[in-house]
Design a protein around this ligand. Structure first.
Ligand SMILES: NC(=O)c1ccc[n+]([C@@H]2O[C@H](COP(=O)([O-])OP(=O)(O)OC[C@H]3O[C@@H](n4cnc5c(N)ncnc54)[C@H](O)[C@@H]3O)[C@@H](O)[C@H]2O)c1
Length: 438
């Protein structure tokens, strides 16, 4: 089977490459010509473990190609996956302009049957809008060509994307015709024969499943962060609380780590989009409004702790930041708590020394000479009054604390991910504070 992916970002590139791995002929398309040129040269534009090798291997085998022209590739394929970004607009709604323009281009140029599958996260009703747009273009052209639309939301996690795509815990499909269902069944056969479940449902439910999943995960994070704040006030340890509550099978421990709040491309925009959908339909989404509010505040928790420790006197301080990407194993900085922390600290005159294993080039583009970029974890803490752990990359897991102490000017360690042993650090003469810990 031949398929195209329109939109070659984290989702399009990973999904396209993984389908190529199963033997499908894939062409990944993007409007960003530079990105396509880089991919054609074998350069991978994102950091994603395991992806580079798979892209190179499948390109060499001729199963994976890259193009910047949808029109050129369209005649040859039956299946068009749409995976462009759907970022937040100012009012919180999802920007669907890329999806609409792809639908328009398909309608204007298709000459044979197409199954158009929306993989991007989109509000309920979008897939049917795509159908209307294609239909409208066919009517304008006065041609009758059969086509189907479907929803296939993606659940991969950045940093683990290849593994997640190859081993999905569920494949969610919204369809309305048998023909579409059969094509999708055969496309996903290599996954379903290994036991990964495929769930067919109506299109609206598939679209909503993705938003509800992300909203639930974001809510769990804000929930535990709020509990963590209360733990600090009442003298409980959120680490122990999580163990205690997470061992209840009805609750489970996932997404109950207190920290500096959620970031990334998906949770913030998906929570906003769902709140917006609620407003549109006059359904109040109070839990999600609170989730968002708690999260916005949580991104500043380390700054709050810093201000408290130094009694508001931050202007002459040097602060080291370990970790900048919104989570480990990715270079993605979108909505990262680090950016909020950097902005807040620069505003009060703090000098910042920062380090991240992969996201530094991107941060350099954003901040230039305003920040000092460490060459490694130790260089970063040199002369610092305080150290903030923002993203829990492995490289930060067990530093030589004696060396950190020797290099730092001050003694303060703020652990934004609760990964360090506070007693041990205090034993070494450091001042340690986590999130919601005794
Ligand atoms: N990133 C994730 O972890 C993740 C996980 C699941 C679902 N999603 C969803 O998948 C969608 C894509 O996310 P992403 O992170 O891959 O985005 P991305 O920003 O990494 O990539 C989107 C790509 O689409 C391209 N594009 C935009 N308009 C286009 C057009 N008209 N024609 C061709 N290409 C176009 C952009 O140039 C970009 O390369 C979003 O809706 C997102 O919510 C993302």
């Amino acid at each position: 089977m031949k398929v195209i992916f329109v939109g070659t970002g984290y989702v399009g590139l990973v999904s396209g490459t993984c389908f190529a791995q199963t033997g499908v002929q894939v062409c990944c398309i993007d409007i960003d010509k530079q990105k396509i040129d880089r991919l054609r040269r074998g350069e991978i534009p994102i950091y994603e473990p395991g992806l580079e090798q798979m892209v190179l291997q499948n390109s060499a085998l001729g199963r994976l190609r890259f193009s910047s022209s949808l029109v050129d590739e369209l005649p040859d394929v039956d299946v068009v996956f749409c995976a462009p970004g759907t970022p937040s607009m100012e009012d919180g709604s999802a920007d669907l302009s890329a999806i609409r323009s792809i639908a328009l281009e398909v309608g204007q140029n298709m000459t044979s049957y197409k199954l158009v599958i929306i993989k991007s996260t989109v509000p309920v009703g979008t897939v049917l809008q795509v159908k209307k747009i294609i239909d409208g273009e066919l009517q304008k052209r006065k041609v009758e060509i059969a086509f189907d639309v479907a929803s296939n939301p993606e659940f991969l996690r950045e940093g683990n994307a290849v593994h997640d795509f190859m081993h999905p815990d569920r494949i969610v499909i919204g369809v309305e015709s048998d023909r579409a269902r059969q094509i999708i069944e055969s496309l996903y056969k290599p996954f379903t024969i290994k036991g990964h479940p495929i769930m067919f449902m109506d299109i609206a439910s598939a679209e909503m499943t993705k938003y509800a999943s992300n909203a639930m995960l974001a809510t769990r994070i804000s929930f535990i962060n709020e509990i963590a704040r209360l733990c600090e006030e009442v003298g409980a340890d959120v680490h122990r609380v999580r163990e205690g509550m997470g061992s209840d099978p009805r609750i489970g421990p996932s997404f109950l780590n207190a920290g500096t709040g959620y970031g990334g491309f998906c949770f913030p925009k998906d929570v906003k989009a769902l709140i917006y959908s609620g407003k549109e339909r006059r359904v109040s989404m109070r839990i999600l409004e609170a989730t968002e509010e708690v999260n916005n505040r949580q991104k500043l928790i380390l700054v709050e702790k810093l201000i408290k420790y130094f009694e508001g006197q931050l202007s002459d301080k040097t602060v080291a930041l370990w970790g900048l990407s919104f989570k480990p194993q990715t270079d993605d900085l979108r909505e990262a708590p680090s950016l909020v922390i950097i902005r807040a600290l620069l505003d009060v005159g703090v000098k910042l020394r920062v380090f991240d294993p992969v996201a530094m080039p991107e941060v350099q583009v954003l901040y230039g000479d305003t920040l000092t970029y460490g060459t490694d974890i130790y260089d970063t803490v040199n002369g610092a009054d305080a150290l903030l752990l923002v993203t829990e990359w492995e490289v930060f897991a067990s530093p030589c604390w004696e060396e950190v102490k020797r290099l730092m000017k001050g003694r303060l360690v703020l652990d934004g991910r609760n990964i360090y042993d506070g007693d041990r650090l205090r034993g070494l003469g450091m001042e340690y504070f986590g999130i919601g810990r005794r």
